[in-house]
Design a protein around this ligand. Structure first.
Ligand SMILES: Cc1ncc(COP(=O)(O)O)c(C=O)c1O
Length: 454
């Protein structure tokens, strides 16, 4: 019997004939279903056979206010009828200008300059190059290295991958990469027994100090994911680390790059994670939630001081050299403005606090589970660390792919969960209801039961 042309099966067959998907061993699709999505609505996705999936991970942490959010969709449609794109060198437009004004207004004080790019990794490239070039323009061409935290993830272009420390992504391409100095992460899960999160942060700052004492003279910047190392397994740390990092960067004359690509825009409970430590980094990278999950766009914010190091007669050759064809795309900027307008018009963070409290309450019983070593949460990000042995925290071997079992169980139940190895996590859109959180958690618990047995 032939498949209806628009069915899941028909679309999946056509997809697998020509497409190559990211973060995927394509061979997996000999047994793992490819899910063709035809529609999104609020926190839900609908497939070609009409099955619905609750998006528990905001489609790779991008969506904030629901799929096809009517307000954002209307703004996008209007902009598409007005100006879809224009070269951003020598030309400008109102959406880019207004978005820059708005970003400067909402980010920590002192970040007054905005450079656009078109995805998260590109923003990291911009920040790394800008930091290096700043020091070069200041007569410090010897500063060519970066410090990153163990377990960090900043994207997968070569520069961004260079400052990432997730073995799965990095190992294969290592011969092509810059080599950063790695500072041990303040990750609370890796803290010493009996140590508080704040004490772990303090100890890790002392180690960072030692690294800076040796290498600050050749280091451009320290790059971190503030409060939550997301792709590295939703590892979380105390805000005092960021305050200490700011002080160390000042003391040793290196930049502080805050990668808020995943944690920005309300994820951690404040609009930006850096606010919880009351710090202003030298560079702040934003993307993902910036457009509410609608379009690719990123922005790097920096200080007037950095900007001025590039500002000179043309002949001085100090201009920043980085360009993408779609820099400052008007559609994406307009959509970002509407996303920020929703934050202004609605009590988003207050509502998120209630949702986060509900999520925490629902996850509490998992702490006693014999295969759960840790349940952690920062705002609208929560994670469950599965282990083979609770007492020793011995992990399940990666090749057992326990997380994949949770994923497959989720799909069967109409819930999109996508564990990172042995870490099952939740990062739902902010329009999720308490009942939907219950569905996420109940599905995850049942999926975990299936995943840890056998
Ligand atoms: C913290 C962080 N930085 C950078 C990136 C890279 O962003 P993109 O996937 O848009 O290149 C990601 C993506 O997950 C991220 O989580």
């Amino acid at each position: 019997m032939s498949k209806p042309a628009s069915s899941n099966a028909a679309l999946a067959t056509r997809d697998l004939k020509h497409l190559w998907h990211p973060c995927t061993q394509m061979h997996d699709h000999e047994s793992v279903p490819m899910v063709p999505i035809v529609r999104g609505e609020g926190a839900w996705l609908v497939d070609a056979d009409g099955r619905r999936y609750l998006d528990g991970i905001s489609s790779w942490w991008t969506n904030l206010f629901g799929h096809t959010n009517p307000r954002i969709a209307a703004a996008l449609a209007e902009q598409a009828r007005t100006l879809e794109h224009v070269i951003f060198a020598g030309f400008t437009h109102a959406p880019a200008i207004e978005l820059a004004e708005e970003l400067v207004r909402v980010t920590p004080p002192g970040l007054d300059r905005v450079f656009y790019a078109d995805n998260g990794s590109a923003a990291i490239e911009v920040a790394l190059k800008m930091s290096f070039h700043y020091w070069l323009n200041q007569g410090h061409g010897e500063k060519t290295r970066f410090i990153a935290l163990s377990g960090s993830y900043h994207g997968e272009t070569l520069g961004a991958l260079s400052v990432s420390d997730v073995a799965l992504y990095r190992k294969t391409y290592a011969p092509l990469l810059l080599t950063p100095f790695l500072a041990p992460s303040p990750d609370t899960y890796e803290g010493e027994p009996g140590e508080s999160p704040e004490q772990t942060a303090k100890r890790r700052l002392a180690e960072l100090r030692a690294l800076l004492e040796r290498h600050a003279h050749e280091t451009c910047a320290v790059i971190v994911e503030p409060l939550v190392q997301c792709a590295g397994g939703m590892r979380m740390y105390h805000p005092s680390y960021l305050a200490g990092l700011r002080a160390l960067c000042d003391e040793f004359a290196v930049h502080f790059i805050a990668d808020e690509i995943a944690v920005g825009f309300g994820r951690t409970g404040s609009l930006f994670a850096c606010e919880q430590a009351d710090v202003t980094p030298d560079f702040m990278c934003l993307s993902k939630g910036l457009t509410g999950g609608f379009l690719p766009l990123s922005a790097v914010l920096t200080t007037t001081g950095v900007y001025e190091a590039f500002y000179a007669e043309y002949s001085a050759g100090k201009a920043f050299l980085h360009s993408h064809s779609y820099t400052g795309n008007p559609l994406a900027c307009r959509v970002a403005l509407e996303t920020l307008a929703i934050f202004r018009d609605e009590p988003v963070l207050e509502r998120n606090r209630q949702l986060a409290t509900h999520l925490a309450r629902r996850l509490e019983p998992l702490r006693d589970h014999p295969h759960v070593a840790d349940v952690r949460q920062t705002g609208m990000i929560a994670a469950i660390e599965l282990v083979a042995d609770k007492a020793s925290r011995r992990p399940f071997p990666a090749d057992e792919r326990r997380g994949l079992r949770v994923y497959l169980h989720g799909l069967q139940q109409g819930v999109l969960l996508r564990p990172l190895g042995n870490v099952v996590y939740f990062m739902p859109p902010y329009v999720v209801t308490e009942a939907e959180i219950d569905l996420l958690v109940d599905t995850a618990i049942a999926g975990i039961e299936r995943a840890v047995t056998g």
